[in-house]
Design a protein around this ligand. Structure first.
Ligand code: NAP
Ligand code: MG
Length: 502
């Protein structure tokens, strides 16, 4: 049975320095107080203790950041910068991330609850790699030449070309599950294309975005190119979304807030990209080796304590191996060691906040009331901090809330299926369409299933790998637009046609 294995360790001196900084906003490459003077507490989710404060940006601070971003976009060094110089700056930032990797991983662990080990190898390394990949795009943006048939005055003809130009001032609003990596997914393509940015991290996890701002200044980006505003979604975030000086809003977070943002941005017809939630199916066909199936299913849901938009939160196993796989996954759940993120023996940290812990426990209760059987976890953890035991619910059906709604915690719902012909319909029967995985070595079955799954990413014999070069985003209510790869560059540019009479 999982119990909490250790108490949180004291922070390193580098992190202690950062935590005791004056809480300020990063606007125009300067650190400034929020005009209101209001602060937001930062909590260590492993014990509920207050570890720092950040500034709470209000409407006047949003105005100042948008004005700085607009000036940088239209005049001065950034506006005139050659692509190769942008590339060099982004690469320099990635080097600074590498040099400060340990401190960034520790900050992420303290702020979010994830283990420092995972923060290092997933979040920080992923962030460095994302900026490196996007640095390369700065020098590879291109248009095309177009033959035009339109007639002009006698003796003339037309020739046309397209150009990709920065979409402009971008407000980037990100969630708390991968704070630094989400900042990179937003800033990377924006900087590669020459946009300017106002980044708003989640109120629960503002620390690495602020440390990143320090590194952005150190790398030598001109003033106003990146601004970081800490604050609440309902105030700072909403003010950014409705601001007439913002050209695009890039959002990652819940479907509920995504819909609000889409509506609000309509008033000024801003460009909007939304990466929203998911309820991703993991489909195990019965030719799978049971051990591989168990390991794959457990990793798909329990990575990052299930606080992953693409988490494999619905497990469907074909009849012959269902009982063995379910028993194996329940055993794997019970064996996971819960503890604070800085403890080297911890395998799963706490959830990000007491609110999230409560939300997840409420879902588990709803599952019980609707008739699900609890195969692992389920009961509360008697320890300060926001821990939730890895939980497996079986005997579920598609009408249950735990099957339809995103829980965003370490809770798996599992069900048996019989016939390959019915699994695509079962997998598609939620409002979401972010991702899915199919596990089988039957090539024919897999290849027939892939086109039937309504999801932005389908993994085969794995669940979760993302790559800066691989488009990522949702079908249905999992969002609009694709991040990463060429698709991200297209999202951060406007396409301009130039037509010339010759
Ligand atoms: P959330 O509540 O939607 O918050 C996301 C961000 O939006 C936060 O910065 C939040 O600010 C801000 N916000 C809240 N209300 C706002 C408003 N009215 N106007 C503008 N901004 C507003 O989501 P979350 O609970 O932090 O994150 C979990 C969700 O993110 C899950 O649904 C998950 O699936 C999704 N997610 C999706 C992806 C993907 O790529 N598809 C990746 C990661 C996470 P405050 O928190 O500061 O109030
Ligand atoms: Mg909030």
């Amino acid at each position: 049975m999982s119990a909490v294995i250790a108490e949180q360790s004291a922070p390193s001196s580098a992190v202690a320095r950062f935590l005791s900084r004056r809480p300020q906003l990063f606007i125009n490459n300067e650190w400034v107080d929020a005009k209101s003077g209001k602060l937001i507490p930062v909590i260590d989710p492993a014990n509920g203790r207050n570890i720092a404060s950040v500034a709470d940006a209000g409407e006047a601070d949003v105005d100042a950041a948008v004005a700085a971003a607009r000036r940088a976009l239209e005049h001065g060094d950034w506006a005139d910068m050659r692509p190769a110089k942008r590339e060099a700056l982004i690469w320099r930032l990635s080097d600074l991330i590498e040099q400060n990797a340990d401190e960034l991983a520790e900050l992420e662990s303290l702020d979010n609850g994830k283990t420092k080990f995972m923060a290092n190898i997933v979040d920080v390394a992923g962030t460095r790699n994302y900026f490196r990949y996007m640095a390369g795009w700065a020098t590879k943006i291109e248009g095309s030449t177009i033959d035009v048939s339109a007639g002009g005055p006698p003796g003339t003809k037309f020739q046309a070309q397209t150009r990709r130009e920065p979409v402009g001032v971008v407000a980037q609003i990100i969630p708390w599950n991968f704070p630094l990596a989400m900042a990179a997914w937003k800033l990377g393509p924006a900087l590669a294309t020459g946009c300017t940015c106002i980044l708003k991290p989640a109120e629960q996890t503002p620390l690495t975005a602020l440390r990143l701002a320090e590194l952005i200044a150190e790398a030598g980006f001109p003033p106003g190119v990146v601004n970081v505003l800490t604050g609440y979604g309902e105030t700072t975030g909403a003010a950014l979304v409705r601001h007439p000086g913002v050209d695009k809003v890039a959002f990652t977070g819940s479907g509920e807030v995504g819909k609000l943002i889409n509506k609000s941005a309509t008033d000024t017809l801003k460009r909007v990209s939304l990466e929203l939630g998911g309820k991703s199916p993991v489909i195990m066909l019965q030719d799978m080796d049971v051990q591989t199936a168990v390991g794959g299913a457990a990793q798909a849901i329990f990575f990052n304590a299930g606080q992953v938009c693409a988490a494999g939160s619905r497990l469907y196993v074909q009849r012959d191996i269902y009982d063995q796989v379910l028993e194996g996954v329940a055993g794997a759940a019970n064996a996971i060691k819960l503890g604070p993120g800085l403890s080297p023996d911890t395998e799963m940290g706490p959830l990000v906040s007491s609110e999230q812990q409560q939300r997840v426990m409420d879902y588990i209760q709803a599952g019980r009331s609707e008739g699900a059987s609890v195969m692992a976890g389920g009961e509360p953890v008697d320890h300060p901090g926001y821990f939730v035991k890895p939980t497996v619910l079986a005997s579920v059906n598609n009408s249950m809330r735990v099957v339809q709604e995103e829980i965003f915690g370490p809770v798996l719902v599992a069900e048996r299926f019989d016939d390959l012909n019915e699994i695509a319909d079962i997998a598609n029967a939620t409002p979401y369409g972010l991702s899915a995985s199919i596990w089988s070595n039957d090539l024919r079955a897999v290849n027939r299933l892939i086109p039937k799954i309504k999801a932005g990413t389908v993994w085969v014999n794995c669940h979760g790998p993302v790559d800066p070069n691989m488009p990522f985003g949702g079908f249905k209510q999992s969002g609009t637009g694709r991040e990463s790869g060429r698709a991200a560059i297209e999202m951060y540019t406007e396409l301009k046609s130039v037509c010339m009479m010759i």
